[in-house]
Write a protein that binds this ligand. Structure first.
Ligand code: HEM
Length: 349
């Protein structure tokens, strides 16, 4: 059976694991599992500061969400998101994702674009509805516009579009103070690309091709979707890296990083660290190991991990039953740290 496991080669540019290195572009790259975990949990490493902006703009949103908040504001803002998520039942999210995916496939013709028709809209519309946004379809569209410009350095046209989308989202959000509304929108923005990327990567790596079906080998039959997704998250993470900056001399992997050093924590490399995972390149659902880092770790680790997995499982359970992969080449949307397929066509049964 093991030769039926998919091979998931590292994406272009994933470095090998080793001590921290100072790279062109002026950041330290951290690639070993233990070093990434240390940097995620050691207070000497902080999330880089962001500027805020006029109320109701993209810059204001960035300056108000927990994700980019300084330590002194982080906990109170994170609680807003964690509390809202704790009211959602992951099982119910999974079932709803299954129901909507099955409905979309019933309505589709012979082919469907997984990214456009399922991976992007299904999780977002479900989350927006469950979090109390009044028009989940409009909210989902607006979140996409915000996500496209969310990380600092986005182009001015995208930022103007995102400013309008933030205004839309504020109008659709449930009644609450601005900080609560911002952090509810923050949940949707954080969920958007990463969850879509996971579903896209799973479809790309795991769906059967017509040839494999014709030869009567149903690959991965009998393996639970949750275990499959965990290996996809490890070997082809939709969030490839995250940033920190040192605020004191920080000892990491035998190196002293001076204060003010930008640091790039490479999840894509650390998830293939042989010190953390035996035969790291092998796709082994249900493997023991040090734990994947794709959801981060510590006080800023992803609070939506169970929700993301539930939604992706709901979508992928149906895809694996009813869809076959085509041979079209896969292209990813350009982004410094995310890896999300731009389009992904499948044939539908
Ligand atoms: C496969 C999907 C997802 C992946 C891989 C992912 C990954 C991550 C990572 C790595 C971080 C930490 C970043 C850092 O420490 O610099 C993070 C933070 C966060 N994620 Fe996710 N995420 C996913 C889905 C979601 C979903 C579905 C939600 C909400 C429903 C969500 C909400 C958040 C929030 C609010 C934060 C910021 C937490 C804080 O400020 O402390 N994420 N995510």
């Amino acid at each position: 059976m093991t030769d039926a496991w998919p091979v998931v080669p590292p994406a272009a540019g994933v470095p090998a694991c080793g001590p921290p290195t100072f790279e062109i572009g002026g950041a330290w790259w951290v690639t070993r599992h233990a070093d990434v975990r240390t940097a995620l949990t050691d207070p000497a490493f902080r999330v880089p500061a962001v500027d805020t902006g006029a109320p109701g703009t993209l810059a204001w949103l960035r300056g108000t969400v927990s994700r980019f908040s300084p330590p002194e504001r982080h906990t109170e803002r994170r609680v807003i998101g964690v509390t809202a998520l704790s009211a959602l039942d992951p099982d119910e999210l999974r079932q709803e994702a299954t129901r909507r995916t099955a409905g979309a496939l019933d309505r589709a013709g012979e082919h469907l674009d997984v990214m456009r028709d399922l991976a992007r809209p299904v999780p977002l519309r479900i989350l927006a509805g469950r979090l109390g946004f009044s028009d989940p379809v409009a909210a989902g569209t607006a979140v996409g516009a915000v996500a496209a410009a969310y990380h600092p350095g986005a182009d001015a046209t995208l930022v103007r579009r995102a400013d309008r989308a933030v205004a839309t989202l504020l109008a659709l959000s449930p009644p609450a103070g601005p900080e609560v509304r911002a952090n509810l929108i923050g949940l949707l923005v954080q969920a958007c690309d990463a969850t879509a990327g996971l579903i896209g990567a799973a479809a790309h790596h795991l769906l059967a091709t017509p040839d494999r079906r014709a030869s009567g080998v149903p690959p991965l039959a009998g393996v639970g979707t949750a275990d499959l997704l965990a290996e996809v998250l490890r070997l082809d993470p939709p969030v490839r890296a995250t940033r920190r900056v040192t605020v004191a001399v920080a000892r990491l992997g035998g190196r002293d990083l001076p204060p003010g050093s930008p640091v790039l924590l490479r999840f894509d490399a650390a998830n293939r660290d042989p010190e953390a995972f035996a035969e790291p390149a092998a796709f082994r659902p249900g493997r023991p190991g040090a734990g994947l880092l794709t959801f981060g770790a510590g006080e800023r680790g992803c609070p939506g991990d169970r929700h993301a997995l539930a939604l992706a499982t709901g979508v992928f359970d149906v895809l694996r039953e009813r869809c076959l992969r085509t041979d079209a080449a896969l292209r990813h949307a350009p982004h410094p740290t995310l890896r999300v397929p731009a389009t992904l066509e499948v044939s539908v049964r």
